[in-house]
Design a protein around this ligand. Structure first.
Ligand code: HEM
Ligand SMILES: *[C@@H]1O[C@H](CO)[C@@H](O)[C@H](O)[C@H]1NC(C)=O
Ligand SMILES: *[C@@H]1O[C@H](CO)[C@@H](O)[C@H](O)[C@H]1NC(C)=O
Ligand SMILES: *[C@@H]1O[C@H](CO)[C@@H](O)[C@H](O)[C@H]1NC(C)=O
Ligand SMILES: *[C@@H]1O[C@H](CO)[C@@H](O)[C@H](O)[C@H]1NC(C)=O
Ligand SMILES: CC(=O)N[C@H]1CO[C@H](CO)[C@@H](O)[C@@H]1O
Length: 392
């Protein structure tokens, strides 16, 4: 009896593996072009190219430098599922604008413990709704009126720059955080005048810790992560950040009564009313707002601070360009004059210099998407690449 059962089980197993082998073969045939792309070796079961990440100590910049030098571009990497990697501008234009490619890549999962529910990783259907709400806080009027605040905050920053005794990035981080809280929350913290800012350190350390998760199979697992030093540390600083934001929320709620909420006219939204806007929406909870604000504080301030620092460094390396930027600003704005928002479009050369700096030293050099259908890349329609998606 046992023998018969064993034979039956073996036959079943053989049938299943033949079936999945055929299925896989059909899949590989259909996406021949995809599977013939170069790929880093070795590709191991379960962990894919995981060893590569291990070899470079989970430094994604080093990994991608190595891949583009030794494997090629485009290529397929396994992290652990097959992932199409490209930096070809025409292909990126298709991918990033494609309606079937709005979901974030699977490696964004590492952001899920900290940024669950936020715009960065929310599922497309909820993202559309929340994005619409948050975008109201960024209408042209709001953006235009922020320029006034630069004129009041700018001179303070310039005084600090003249002293030349502080780390440039740290200075800019404090400045952009001031800009953020002033423009979105209507609160003036004046981080810039503090020597050390706990909140800035929290953002920096949080980002560094999260970056170390990518490619690390143990740390990518939420359950295991909680047992690692990094995981516990991240939980601790996120709790601090939420505390910080929750205090602001509670105060704002007390400050604004129900009556006031109905007076937040979204069309006439002014600078500093993003928080009111979120609080007055019936569908939002404190938990959601807290998360979205921590994301915004991180997404808005560090990116801008590093971009400003990189631009300054590049201008310093190219004094001829620096001179032209300076001359344009003096010619169009005037010496010691305040900048008005309607003058910004005339600063063409300055804008070109900023654009070039963003191109040369992008602060976010990677982005990942998961396709929910086949995506055709390029004019050659025989080339069908399926990104991430693995479902025959
Ligand atoms: C030079 C400055 C900046 C750069 C280079 C930058 C870059 C990026 C990139 C590449 C993404 C897409 C991330 C992804 O899909 O993987 C992103 C998303 C985002 N950024 Fe920025 N950003 C900058 C400034 C800002 C500022 C000032 C704010 C807020 C005021 C902001 C808020 C956001 C938000 C909320 C998202 C998620 C948006 C969504 O998916 O709906 N960023 N940013
Ligand atoms: C990776 O592939 C496996 C097996 O094909 C599948 O079960 C899993 O859902 C995929 N994971 C992601 C994140 O797409
Ligand atoms: C994040 O977690 C939520 C629930 O905890 C899940 O529904 C969602 O699919 C996850 N997102 C990603 C990108 O893994
Ligand atoms: C990890 O720990 C945090 C904070 O203690 C907790 O909120 C979270 O639910 C834990 N995650 C898992 C997967 O156990
Ligand atoms: C800078 O880049 C943006 C975005 O690509 C573009 O719309 C703008 O025209 C560029 N500015 C100049 C002066 O080239
Ligand atoms: C330098 C900087 O961070 N500027 C931002 C200040 O806030 C406005 C929005 O209110 C943004 O548009 C600026 O980019």
């Amino acid at each position: 009896m046992i023998e018969i059962a064993a034979i039956l089980v073996s036959l079943l197993l053989i049938a299943i593996s033949t079936y999945s082998w055929i299925k896989e073969k059909n899949h590989k045939n259909k996406y021949k072009d995809f599977y013939s792309l170069p790929t880093p070796k070795p590709v191991l079961p379960i962990i894919g190219n995981g060893l590569l990440f291990y070899k470079f100590n989970y430094n994604i910049v080093k990994v991608s430098e190595f891949i583009s030098e030794t494997v090629g571009n485009p290529c397929v990497i396994y992290m652990p599922n097959e992932t199409y990697c490209t930096s070809c501008p025409e292909e990126l234009k298709i991918i990033l604008n494609h309606p079937d490619c709005l979901e974030k890549g699977s490696f964004y999962k590492v952001l899920n413990t900290t940024f669950k529910q936020t715009l960065l990783i929310e599922s497309v259907s909820k993202w559309k709704k929340n994005r619409k709400l948050v975008s109201k806080g960024f209408n042209q009027k709001v953006l235009d009126s922020s320029v006034e605040s630069f004129n009041t905050m700018g001179p303070n920053l310039i005084e600090k720059l003249k002293k030349n005794n502080e780390d440039l990035v740290y200075l800019f981080q404090k400045f952009t955080l001031d800009n953020f809280t002033e423009n979105f929350l209507n609160i003036n913290f004046n981080f810039l005048d503090e020597k050390e800012s706990e909140f800035v350190d929290m953002i920096t350390n949080g980002e560094k810790t999260m970056a170390r998760r990518i490619g690390n199979l143990i740390k990518m697992n939420d359950f295991c992560y909680n047992f690692t030093g990094d995981g516990r540390y991240l939980n601790k600083i996120m709790a601090q950040a939420f505390d910080f934001i929750q205090k602001i929320l509670t105060n704002k709620r007390l400050e604004l009564n129900e009556n006031y909420f109905s007076h937040v006219e979204t069309k006439e939204l002014r600078r500093g009313q993003l928080l009111q806007l979120l609080l007055s929406d019936k569908d939002t909870t404190d938990e959601y707002i807290r998360k979205e604000l921590v994301l915004l504080a991180g997404a808005a301030t560090d990116t801008t601070a590093y971009s400003m620092a990189f631009t300054c460094v590049l201008l310093g390396m190219h004094p001829d360009i620096q001179k032209k930027v300076y001359e344009e600003v003096i010619n169009i704005v005037g010496k010691d004059k305040e900048i008005e928002h309607n003058i910004l479009p005339s600063l063409k050369y300055t804008e070109m210099a900023i654009n070039e700096s963003l191109r040369l030293l992008p602060v976010i050099p990677y982005t990942g998407r998961r396709s929910v259908a086949d995506i055709h890349l390029g004019k050659d329609m025989h080339k069908i690449y399926r990104l991430y998606f693995f479902d025959v």
